[in-house]
Design a protein around this ligand. Structure first.
Ligand code: GTS
Length: 239
């Protein structure tokens, strides 16, 4: 990404946003073990990590990097690939949002019950990533020029997930238990409903899935929280 693109992407980020601690009162040992998520003050690529942690009842510390902090360069230079999100678990530091999600999924036991399910979950998650990549391209590069084309293609993309969910009686993308891919799909559905409120109109299984996952107690509380509602979906203010 060019500096110009990054500046455009960061243009709407609040210029001052102190780190937010999502921690109950903890012992020193617990604090040392706590997860730390470093990202910009947007939902973006960090949101599937946040949603997974919330649903699984895990606490973490959120370190928010503002536009000014990022453009200054020190934080960027400290990141392995010059990008965020960054995730810390004790002495382990990870970059790359999907590696972080898979690490947590293994650790939290939401990566399928056997090798076969794990492979299917990977496949589903890659398909959700394809949709996410199209969405990101629209938001950051084509919002003012290609929205109509995007809306024409969207039903075709969503129909594939509709079929998968209709066929899987377990109620999730794979098997009978939630996996890390489900959090990613739920977020894509929510984002797409903001972009296009009628997006799910012809997809009863996707609607039921969105409702069922959104009603899980920890997810419900999070979706209704100030933290979620007041964090922009994307860094350029488009949604
Ligand atoms: N493949 C990486 C991942 O999934 O973590 C991409 C990370 C990435 O592109 N991060 C962007 C970034 O740090 C922010 S965002 O795309 O997630 O909004 N950009 C700053 C920069 O200087 O590149």
């Amino acid at each position: 990404m060019t500096l110009q693109n990054m500046q455009a992407r960061l243009a709407n980020y609040p210029s001052c946003h102190p780190p937010t601690a999502h921690l109950r009162s903890s012992t020193k040992e617990e604090l040392q073990m706590a997860y730390v998520l470093t990202y910009f003050p947007v939902r973006g690529r960090a949101e599937a990590i946040r949603l997974m942690l919330k649903d699984q009842g895990k606490d973490w510390t959120e370190v928010t990097v503002t536009r000014d902090m990022w453009l200054e360069g020190t934080v960027k230079n400290s990141c392995l690939f010059g990008q965020l999100p960054k995730f810390e678990d004790g002495d382990l530091t990870l970059y790359q949002s999907n590696a972080i999600r898979r690490y947590l999924a293994r650790k939290l036991g939401i990566y399928g019950k056997d090798d076969k399910e794990e492979a299917f979950i990977d496949m589903m998650d890659d398909a959700v990533q394809d949709l996410q990549n199209k969405y990101i391209k629209l938001i950051y590069q084509e919002y003012d020029t290609k929205k109509e084309d995007y809306f024409k293609q969207l039903p075709c993309d969503l129909a594939r997930f509709e079929k998968i969910l209709t066929c899987n009686e377990g109620g999730f993308l794979v098997g009978k238990q939630i996996s890390f891919a489900d959090y990613a799909l739920l977020l894509q559905l929510l984002n797409h409903e903001v972009l296009c409120p009628s997006a799910l109109d012809n997809f009863p299984s996707l609607q039921a899935y969105r409702d069922r996952l959104s009603a899980r107690p920890n997810i419900k509380a999070y979706l209704e929280s100030h933290a979620f509602k007041n964090t922009p979906i994307n860094g350029n203010g488009k949604q």
